[in-house]
Design a protein around this ligand. Structure first.
Ligand SMILES: Nc1ncnc2c1ncn2[C@@H]1O[C@H](COP(=O)(O)OP(=O)(O)OP(=O)(O)O)[C@@H](O)[C@H]1O
Ligand SMILES: O=C(O)[C@@H](O)C(=O)CO
Length: 412
């Protein structure tokens, strides 16, 4: 293995794996830290953790375990993947995990670059934008778990790390890899360990990638991985994919605006069933009932609990946030398990936490990376007759579900 990656959630890990596979690296995503060695031909391994919103010390422990396994596979460079909207609180988890990885790897000049221009995330003057809005005015300031109330990534990371945070400004990035390396070195000499690097275009990320050659640790969104495959002699290529026939279904527990419009469009043309959160939490609806319904439908049926912010707030006020989230995640995981046991072969999930629960519920060990469905979302092969797509809440075009069904089937 050449490049070892640690992702702080499951959909984000598949986003990174997608970028590396498109760049020509033979890439595998692992669910948690494997207890067996990787296959010899894997060039990039992504260990997917569910560590974004857990206790920081537990996130550090899990990330160090992933690091140990990746180093045992011979990795030459480590990539720590977090969200392109830098989802974290002032207490962590990005800073504590980056500190621990940097210490273990004796890494300095640690690049911090959440930019992902393909989905509208850019960094300018150290500030993160989502399309034309500063991060803290983009809606992310209201995120239920990690409200992002400051778009200055230097300042936000500064609250989380033991080290000072440097900066490579856009002007240096526009001048190319040699200049980026010079500024990284100058920031290192000035005593900064983590260094936020501006990036607006994919071409900036390619130059940052070149400047990252040989650095032990890189951190960021999937965008900054665009330039890495070339450092290992890999060339962009079509990702091989054997489509999967058979029963397809979609499950959505994501309540993001993007997912809600995808759900609305899909529901207008396909069998769709809304799952009322209260009936799940109070045990009035069973996973078996929903799995049976999904298996009985033709085409690409969808079961969703996706609801608007007011409805979610009302459920959380009545039952508590953790209880409602946990109940719905467990429910979707069990629906997926029963549906696969009943013959489903193509599963599409929406929402990071929801997808993580489903992947764990299905006990999927390693996932082979297939072609991209929409930016940041690849098709994944989970077994000889099971393929999945895990969509981050904010990702995907309006017709995502239909498109995912086609790509998974190999008929796109
Ligand atoms: N109707 C609902 N009422 C209350 N909570 C809900 C409802 N539907 C889903 N949830 C919970 O909201 C959370 C949604 O998080 P999830 O990570 O799955 O989606 P997301 O936040 O849109 O995606 P991402 O993390 O990729 O941005 C889950 O814990 C889910 O169980
Ligand atoms: O970087 C992103 O935005 C995604 O890969 C992700 O991590 C969303 O949860």
């Amino acid at each position: 293995m050449l490049l070892g990656c640690i992702g702080d959630d499951f959909t984000g890990s598949s986003d990174l794996a997608n970028t590396l596979a498109k760049g020509g690296m033979r890439t595998v995503q692992y669910t948690g830290v494997p207890n067996v060695p990787a296959a010899q031909d894997v060039q990039a391994g992504v260990v997917a953790l569910k560590s974004r919103s857990i206790d920081p010390s537990e996130a550090v422990t899990q990330s160090l375990a992933a690091l140990e396994w990746l180093r045992a596979q011979g990795c030459e460079q480590i990539f720590f993947k977090y969200c392109s909207t830098f989802d974290s609180t002032p207490e962590g988890n990005i800073g504590p995990v980056a500190d621990a990885l940097a210490d273990t790897l004796a890494a300095h000049k640690v690049i911090v670059c959440p930019a992902f221009p393909g989905t509208g995330r850019s960094i300018y003057q150290g500030h993160l934008f989502v399309k034309d809005r500063l991060l803290n005015e983009s809606g992310m300031q209201n995120h239920p778990l990690t409200p992002m109330t400051d778009s200055d990534i230097r300042r936000w990371l500064g609250l989380q790390t033991r080290h000072t945070v440097g900066h490579v400004p856009a002007q240096a990035v526009f001048d190319g890899a040699a200049r980026i390396s010079e500024v990284l070195e100058a920031e290192h000499e000035a005593g900064h360990r983590h260094i936020v690097v501006d990036a607006i275009h994919d071409s900036d990320l390619i130059e940052i990638g070149k400047a990252a050659k040989g650095l032990p640790l890189i951190t960021g969104g999937s965008g900054v991985a665009l330039g890495l495959p070339a450092n290992f002699g890999c060339k962009a290529s079509e990702v091989p994919w054997q489509g999967q026939s058979g029963k397809a279904l979609a499950l959505s527990g994501s309540c993001s605006a993007a997912t809600r419009s995808q759900v609305a469009l899909h529901a207008a043309h396909h069998p769709s069933r809304e799952i009322a959160a209260a009936s799940v939490i109070e045990g009035r609806l069973t996973p078996q009932e929903v799995a049976d319904w999904l298996l009985d439908q033709s085409g690409l049926p969808l079961a969703y609990s996706s609801a608007d912010p007011d409805a979610v707030a009302a459920v959380q006020a009545q039952f508590g946030r953790d209880r409602s989230s946990k109940a719905l995640e467990t429910f979707f995981a069990e629906v997926a398990r029963l549906a696969v046991a009943g013959g489903a072969t193509r599963i599409i999930t929406a929402g990071g936490e929801t997808s993580g629960a489903v992947v764990e519920g299905l006990a999927l060990g390693s996932l082979e990376i297939g072609p991209e469905i929409d930016p940041g979302v690849p098709a994944l092969r989970a077994g000889s007759d099971l393929v999945v797509a895990l969509k981050s809440g904010n990702f995907g075009a309006e017709d995502f579900f239909e498109k995912a069904g086609r790509v998974l089937a190999g008929t796109a």
